[in-house]
Design a binder for this molecule. Sequence first.
Ligand SMILES: *Cc1c(COP(=O)(O)O)cnc(C)c1O
Length: 426
Amino acid sequence: MKKVRQVNLPVEDLPTRWYNIIPDLPEPLPPPQGDMTAMGRTMIKECLAQEFSQENWIEIPEELQEIYHQIGRPRPLFRALNLEKLLDTPAELYYKAEGLFSPTGSHKINTAVVQAYYARKQGLQRLVTETGAGQWGTALACAARITGLSATVYWVRAVYKWKEARRDFMNLYGAEVRASPSENTETGRRLLKRDPDHPGSLAIAISEGLEDALSDDKAAYVLGSVLNHVLLHQTIIGLECRKQLELIDRYPDVVVSCLGGGSNFGGIALPFLGDVLTKGKKMRFVAAQSESAPNLQGEYRYDNADYSGITPRLKMYTLGHTTDMPPIFGDGLRYHGCSPILSLLRNRGYIDTVAYPVDEKYVFESAKTFLREEGFLPAPESAYSVAAAIDEATRCRESGERKVILFNISGHGFMDMEGYRQVLRM
Ligand SMILES: *Cc1c(COP(=O)(O)O)cnc(C)c1O
C-alpha cells in the first residue's frame, strides 16, 4: 500500500477560529506591570483586546480567512519517511512546512497579515516594527503592502549589514528599512554616539520602533512574537496540524519546535497543550534553543521586552533585557525573554527545553541530514527544530518506542545560506 507522505487540508477546511489558551491555563496569567502608556498608545486596538481576552475561541473574520488563502494556507504536513529510515527509528516523524507557500518564507506572515488587517480597519496608515534575522521585517513589509499600508522596519545592524538580498526583498515590498541603532531616534543616537558601528540588538530595535510610532498618530507599533495575541494568531499552525493528523488517524506523543520569543512554538504547540490541560492528554513538548539565548533556562520574573525599558514588564523566563548574547546564524532565536504564556507553562512543568552550542555545527549538520533525506532546506532557526526532532527520534530507536513526533519547520532557508556555508565550511 502506498505510504502517506503528505497530508493536505482542502482550502475550505481552513480553521475559522483561533484558539486562546489563556482561560485554560492552570493559573491566571500574571498581568503586565508598569507603564502601559506607550503600548496603549501604539498598539492596534483589536490586538490589545485580544491580548487580554478570556474567550477560548476567537473568530477569524471572513476577509482574513481569504487573506490566509492568499498567503498559502492551509499549509501541508509531511511525513519524513526517508529520515525515519536513515535514523532507523520506530518513531513516526511529521513536519509542518511553514516555509512553503509562505510568500516571505516563514510562519511570521500568519500574524503579520492579521495585525495589518486590524490596523487598516482602525484607519491607521503605517506599521512600525523591529526585526532581527529579517524574517519578521519581511513578513510585515509584505502584509502591509497587500493590505494597503506602509511599513517602517528597524533592523538589527549586525544582520542588516550582510543580508543584502533580504533587504532588497523588503524594499521591493516598498518598506522603509533602517539599520538599528539609527539616527532616527533618541535611543539610536545615544548608542551611536558611544559606538558608531554599534551592532544593535532586538531589544534596542524595539525601543527605536516604539519611539518612532509614538511620534505619529497614524502609526501602530507591531510585534512579531512573545505577546499573547501573536501566539493566538499562530495557533492556526497547530489547529491545521491537529486536523491533518486526524485525517490519517494519528495524534502526537511529542511536539517539537525552535523557540526564540515563542510564536512558532506556541503556534504549533498551544492547541495540543490545550488538550493536555482540558482533556488529560499526555504529551511531551520540547523547545529547541541556542546556548546563545537559552531564555527558558533563565529566571522566571518580571522583565522588560525592550532594551530601554519603554515596554511594560512581563512575567516571563528571561536572561535580563540588557544581556549581551553571542551572535548566531539562527538570529531569530537570539532574544532575552520567552512569551508569558509559554513561560507559565514551562514553570508548571509542561514544556521541556534543550539548548544547542553556539558554534551551531550540530544544528546545521542536522539540517543538512534533513535536506539530503527530505529535500527541503530549513531556515537556520528551523535547523534547531530539526536537530531536536532527530534527537527525539534517536531516543525512540534506543527505547524501541513507536512515538508520533510532530515538529515545525518555521521557515525555509533560501535567503539564509550564509550560515550553512560558514558553519559547514562549504
Ligand atoms: C522569527 C523566527 C523564529 C523565532 O521566533 P519565534 O517567535 O520563537 O517563533 C523561528 N523560525 C523562523 C523561521 C523565524 O523567522
